[in-house]
Design a protein. Structure first.
Length: 176
């Protein structure tokens, strides 16, 4: 083979390697963006709202007897405190709605009326996420939040264990 033919072959191999590396880099970048920005295509669900080594979660369930037709009224509210050591690093309130359409309606109203009350208001599927300003949580310690959550859970447990006849109003005493 001539020197000129070998030069073209090396140039072709070099260009081919550059093209393959560029394609691989593009695929890796797309995968990383999907995983980190889009949760890998997974929709946020109830399994996220469990306390672990990075977050403390308090779920406040709506009382079905207090249900109204208000589009802004969520099914449940989840307070998610992110923490590191004893430091609370963020607070997000997730309002859960029956479906994404109701969540979008509530989001539009809450986003338009924010006026700096929250750092941000976001929409994630059937959840409206209110991101608290630092001043709402920067004085809290993780142990304080854990204690509050334990107390609220204990109160929920006590309410669920009240026998029905004790929770009803007492009957008036018969008059003579």
């Amino acid at each position: 083979m001539t020197e000129e033919g070998q030069g073209r072959k090396k140039k072709l191999n070099k260009n081919l390697i550059i093209a393959i590396c560029g394609a691989v880099a593009a695929v890796v970048l797309i995968v990383l963006l999907v995983v980190f920005l889009g949760r890998g295509g997974r929709e946020l669900d109830e399994s996220y709202f469990v306390s672990d080594g990075t977050k403390l979660v308090l779920t406040i369930e709506s009382d079905p007897s207090m249900k109204t037709d208000n589009e802004q009224e969520p099914i449940n509210s989840h307070l998610v405190y992110a923490y590191s050591g004893e430091t609370i690093t963020s607070l997000k309130v997730y309002y859960q709605y029956e479906n994404p359409v109701k969540a979008k309606t509530a989001f539009d109203i809450l986003h338009a009326s924010n006026n700096g009350q929250y750092k941000d208001v976001q929409l994630e599927g059937r959840y409206v996420v209110l991101i608290a300003n630092d001043s709402e949580y920067n004085y809290l310690k993780a142990s304080d939040v854990k204690q509050q959550i334990d107390f609220m859970e204990a109160m929920k447990g006590m309410q669920n264990n009240v026998p029905e006849d004790e929770s009803a109003e007492p009957e008036p005493a018969p008059s003579e």
